[in-house]
Design a protein around this ligand. Sequence first.
Ligand code: XMP
Length: 432
Amino acid sequence: MKQTPETIIILDFGFEGIQKLARSIRDKHIYTMVMPYTVSVERIMQEKPVGLIICADSNVARTAAEIDRFLNLKLPTALIGSAAEMAGDTVAENYSCDTDALCRFCLEKCGCTGNWKMENFIDEAVCDVRAQIGNSRVVLGLSGGVDSSVVAALLHKAIGKQLTCVFVNHGLLRKNEAELVQEIFARHFEMNLCYVDASERFLNKLSGVDDPEQKRKIIGHEFIEVFAEAAAKVDAEFLGQGTIYPDILESIPLDGNPSGVIKSHHNVGGLPENMKFKLVEPLERLFKDEVRAVGKLLGLPSELIDRHPFPGPSLGVRHLGAIKRDTLHILREADAIVTEELLNSGWYHKTWQTFAAFLPVKAVGIKNGKRTYGYAIAIRSVNSVDAVTAEVVRLPWELLERMSERIIQEVDGVSRVVYDITAKPPGTIEWE
Ligand code: XMP
């Protein structure tokens, strides 16, 4: 049965950590939405909110009138930070930015019952998707990343065989990745999965290209072409998208968008003009941890759901310099060893991203009593909250030594393994 969440709207007058606040209240099963202070009251009322939380940092100065238009809605309202000083005569209450206190406000003053649960979300999303799609078909680009995997599982639950997923193998995937995706989606879930092996096409285009941005452009461009070709055969009216709530929040300017329209994101970017799809984006209300929870409830394995973030251009930006098939193979094998050792030691889930990068320099070594002259592999392990900054993880020395020994022994063509100890900044997480 469709159950409407009891919505609390958090109005952003310039408040650092507003996403974190919204998320922490959602953790207590109360549904929150963030809107900029420029939003229209009509837009707010569309959501039928049961309460408001108005937030402003102490350095933000707005007029009483700007806050009063929300107070005039006569909804239970909590004021945070300097919002309290800015408000005119008011019955709204002042609160500290404390999740427990704010949850009490939502439960006691706004009448929330705490019904924001992922089980309920799934039921509701299934209803919404069925109503939106009717008898039409949906095509979805499946990358094997968390968001596209969860959208695939959710759409499949709602519309079954009306969904076709397109999985493009661009030749830059990690070891066993194509098999894993096919195993889960085609065999376990029995989805319509269109698997396109375009490795040769991508690797030919990338031949001799060593500039990182150029590589990214080629990979992105080819990807769109290959996907569009496959999608055109599906005869779908809708395109599924793994848009999530932070994508949307980050595309809303705090100032300058008086209607506060929520949809200004361009996740679809770049599909050819003649491919006119309507969008279906069932995760657009969810934060990343909620997406993971939904994925688990839908039966996706931890192997997919709890994976480290992985760049769109894949191994393409972890293989420094021009990509050749034999050196790409070296990187893929080395990366698989790093991941396997990380999982076996229990360190995988304690790090944000840990991976191998291929360095196109050669060094002398000795293997089985013989002189070798092979390439270098760098291991990088970082922790981060949002990838904007990152600190180096001090992986146990024994673990690093084991990775290094195995890479040298098992991967032909490598004679050195080094550990990257550069934080971000000044480094970036990826090497290219
Ligand atoms: P950097 O290297 O900029 O990476 O510190 C920050 C985060 O973004 C990922 N990353 C990418 N993701 N396309 C993507 O989809 C890209 O071209 C790309 N480059 C970096 C990186 O893995 C890290 O999580």
